[in-house]
Design a protein around this ligand. Structure first.
Ligand SMILES: Nc1ncnc2c1ncn2[C@@H]1O[C@H](COP(=O)(O)OP(=O)(O)OP(=O)(O)O)[C@@H](O)[C@H]1O
Ligand code: SF4
Length: 305
């Protein structure tokens, strides 16, 4: 059956500003949930810059159109991690999408109604930055359908924090609850010694969360090792290969994403310590989480201005 009927949780990932790592955070959450034993979908509604296929190393894949809808592109052999993106429907990676509002709206409606997700625990929705046609369309179709709430990504820099205020305001206006704020690119993980150094200011995301009475979900460092993995297009291959998978899951970003998922109420049901061999599971301690909640206990940006 197509649509969201058998999807238990729907979580859009938003940011006020471009390039703050929204797609990276979406992918990290997806892989974290997958490693914890969940069935996960990623819907990429960034129509002008769809980056989800590339991040997962699936850029050469195409969507199969079945009689009752589109079949997602699966990343792993077990078919527990599925993707849908306009990137899979374009003839060439270089094709530019120059669409007016109504065409974008129709595309997003189709993405929400016509994808055969099947039995899915969590659908993460990667969005474009800001509050564009895609957001309004998502809000109209998704919020009406049922959505748990949004994860809002920011970076520590003040300019990005100003943009994120606009995003929180948007969420309030369209009745989209906010599950919490993530501060990405907060500090730098040295690829040689794995030490984390704060090269910019830090703590802005946490202060903002406090100001808006929202959960602060995690502080994610800049991690060159992760960038290398994402840029190499190797994620799909790594998930199916136990040793490679363990290497991927040792990334600080993924460990913190697992912590974030637990904060959102998703228990590890893999029995594998978040995809890690037992010996490596001790590294999981550094999750910058401050609250305990569950996916349905959401906070709304009540004080957004
Ligand atoms: N925590 C991180 N560690 C290392 N690299 C990161 C991190 N977060 C993001 N990046 C890198 O920064 C770049 C931008 O990230 P990403 O594409 O996720 O941002 P975005 O907010 O989704 O961008 P857009 O506005 O284009 O949608 C990518 O090259 C990504 O690999
Ligand atoms: S962070 Fe410090 S210890 Fe690590 S490589 Fe750089 S200088 Fe050396």
């Amino acid at each position: 059956m197509s649509g969201l009927e058998d999807v238990k949780h729907v979580i859009p990932v938003l940011s006020g500003k471009g390039g703050v790592g929204k797609s990276t955070v979406t992918a990290a959450l997806a892989v974290a949930l997958w490693s914890m034993g969940y069935r996960v979908g990623v819907l990429d509604i960034d129509l002008t810059g769809p980056s989800v296929p590339g991040i997962f190393g699936m850029a050469d894949s195409h969507v199969h159109a079945a009689p009752d809808g589109w079949v997602p592109v699966f990343v792993d052999r077990e078919q527990r991690l599925g993707l849908m993106s306009l990137g899979f429907l374009l003839g060439s990676k270089a094709d530019a999408v120059i669409w007016r509002g109504p065409k974008k709206t129709a595309m997003i409606k189709q993405f929400i109604e016509d994808v055969i997700w099947g039995d899915l625990d969590v659908l993460l929705v990667d969005t474009p930055p800001g509050t564009s046609d895609e957001h309004i369309s998502m809000a109209e179709n998704l919020v009406a359908a049922r959505v748990d709430g949004a994860v809002v990504v920011t970076t520590p820099q003040a300019v990005s924090l100003l943009d994120v205020r606009k995003e929180l305001d948007f969420c309030k206006k369209v009745d989209l609850p906010v599950l919490g704020i993530v501060e990405n690119m907060s500090g730098y993980v040295c690829p040689h010694c794995a030490d984390c150094t704060n090269i910019f200011s830090t703590g802005g995301g946490e202060a903002l969360a406090k100001e808006y009475n929202l959960h602060f979900l995690a502080r994610l460092p800049i991690e060159p090792e992760l960038t290398k993995i994402l840029d190499s297009g190797n994620v799909a291959r790594m998930l199916d290969e136990p040793d490679q998978c363990a290497t991927l899951m040792r990334c600080a970003t993924l460990q913190r994403a697992i912590g974030m998922c637990k904060t959102l109420g998703f228990e590890d049901r893999s029995g594998r310590h978040g995809g890690l061999p037992e010996s490596a599971a001790a590294d999981t301690a550094t999750t910058a989480t401050t609250v305990t909640s569950n996916p349905t206990a959401t906070a709304t940006a009540t004080e957004a201005t």
